[in-house]
Design a protein around this ligand. Structure first.
Ligand code: PMP
Length: 408
């Protein structure tokens, strides 16, 4: 598994005189040569606008664009490629569901249930929808270790619930939520299960049908693909009832002076010229991931966590948020060191060539729930090694010493 580093030219560099250890994968991932080359080749050889042209390049571009839809459907086990909608990313997908589906279906007195661990992208759209429709926004509580409290799940989801929207994996706590179980409860109350897959899809095999999801959104850039391309999957019956939000070229069927009819899903959502090169890059990223195998990627991250978490927990003054057991989490570790400001810790780690992230991680209600203003976050991916984990452990120890001695 460690060999994969060689496929990522960006990782072969020094930062502050040290070999770069990139541990900011929850924010975005690096791109393998195969993805960069797929995008470059597309621009060198096939670039054209899709669907509208009959010339050879337009046909090639259209074929590439539509083939990736089929590839994505297989990747997440969607029943049909026509349920795969191209978006800019998770944020856009979730906003489209809230506005395009929610505004048509949610009414005063209905309830929308989310949790305290949601990323703002799976919180603010529902808050907006609640404000626009008069629905009530409710929160599922967390256990002390950061896992969803299943008693709270049972209490909050009721016959008044219209929508349950949850993240599959927390971008701070690294916990994997039991979506299939919660989807079962959700459906017993005739509500919809909407899943934010931004932090799960890159790290494990996704089966939207086994999860019991009704909508599922993820971002390409967190799984080796370019920025600006993402996927919204929805059940075809729901996509049929969902309104498009971008009106214009490409998405129409017939335009008259006073009225317009639209194409069927997924094309009715894809107004205007799409991020075709991004789609091509996403296809190459999926090929790369599938060649390794999603199960192998998940197992690799588990090996890293099993080795690193015990080492980290030996460091006095280090608080790790979320479950302490490696098997209950993915490769995301949010922490604070003594009473140091997370930005100072992340800056000190950067001086050692280690890229982490500090801040609220777009999860301010979770920070309030944890009673901290911010955390440092190290997040691993398939190209990270045990040596990278060791560098993080040593880097944190060095940071502690720096600040103790006042020599930073
Ligand atoms: N949800 C979660 C859990 C995330 O971690 C992120 C990205 N940080 C998003 C949603 C939003 O993804 P994007 O910015 O790619 O739209």
């Amino acid at each position: 598994m460690n060999d994969y580093i060689k496929d990522f030219p960006i990782l072969n560099q020094k930062v502050n005189d040290e070999r770069l250890v990139y541990l900011d994968n929850a924010a975005t991932t690096q791109k393998p040569r195969a993805v960069v080359e797929a995008v470059t080749n597309y621009y060198y050889h096939d670039n054209a606008n899709v669907h509208r042209g009959v010339h050879t390049l337009a046909e090639r571009a259209t074929e590439a664009f539509e083939n990736v839809r089929t590839k994505v459907a297989h990747f997440i086990n969607a029943p049909s490629k026509d349920e795969i909608v191209y978006t800019k990313g998770t944020t856009e997908g979730l906003n489209w569901v809230a506005a395009g589906y929610g505004r048509n279906h949610v009414k005063v007195g209905d309830e929308i249930v989310i949790s305290y661990m949601e990323h703002h992208s799976n919180l603010v759209p529902w808050q907006q929808l609640a404000q626009q429709t008069g629905a009530k926004l409710k929160y599922i509580a967390l256990q002390a270790d950061g896992q969803l409290d299943m008693e709270s799940v049972q209490q909050q989801i009721t016959d008044k619930t219209a929508i349950v929207a949850l993240t599959h994996v927390s971008n701070v706590l690294g916990v994997v939520n039991p979506i299939a179980k919660i989807a079962h409860i959700t459906h017993q109350h005739n509500a919809l299960m909407i899943v934010d897959g931004a932090q799960s899809t890159p790290h494990m095999k996704i089966d939207v049908q086994a999860l019991g999801a009704d909508f599922f959104a993820f971002s390409g850039h967190k799984l080796l693909a370019p920025t600006g391309i993402g996927i919204l999957w929805g059940k075809s019956s729901l996509l049929a009832e969902m309104s498009p939000l971008e009106f214009g070229g490409e998405m129409i069927d017939w335009v008259q002076l006073q009225k317009t009819t639209f194409k069927a899903a997924p094309w009715k959502f894809e107004g205007g010229t799409q991020n075709i090169a991004g789609v091509v890059g996403l296809g190459a990223a999926i090929d790369y991931l599938e060649k390794i195998g999603m199960d192998n990627i998940q197992a690799h991250e588990q090996v890293l966590m099993q080795a690193i978490l015990p080492e980290l927990s030996k460091i006095k003054g280090l608080t790790i948020y979320g479950p302490q057991e490696a098997q209950e989490r993915t490769g995301i570790i949010a922490f604070n060191l003594d009473n140091l400001h997370p930005h100072d810790v992340a800056t000190a780690l950067d001086m050692e060539g280690i890229a982490t992230r500090a801040g609220h991680h777009c999860a301010q209600p979770l920070m309030a729930y944890l009673k901290v203003p911010a955390t440092v976050r190290a997040s691993f991916y398939l190209y990270n090694t045990l040596a990278d984990g060791q560098r993080l452990v040593e880097g944190i120890k060095a940071t502690k010493e720096f600040f103790k001695n006042g020599t930073i």
